[in-house]
Design a protein around this ligand. Sequence first.
Ligand SMILES: [Zn+2]
Ligand SMILES: [Zn+2]
Length: 54
Amino acid sequence: MKDAKKDKCSHDNCSCQAAADSKYCSPYCEAAKGTAEIACGCEHSTCAGKVSPV
Ligand SMILES: [Zn+2]
Ligand SMILES: [Zn+2]
């Protein structure tokens, strides 16, 4: 049995589930920590914080 925590990604605007070995769902979110982004640009299509292409 894995000790996988079902934590949300620590990026405020990201709704993805964080990776088992990280506080973030992707390198994008990890790199975005500390920044005041208005939207999430991770690669997950299910993310609710996606930037809408105009
Ligand atoms: Zn995201
Ligand atoms: Zn994320």
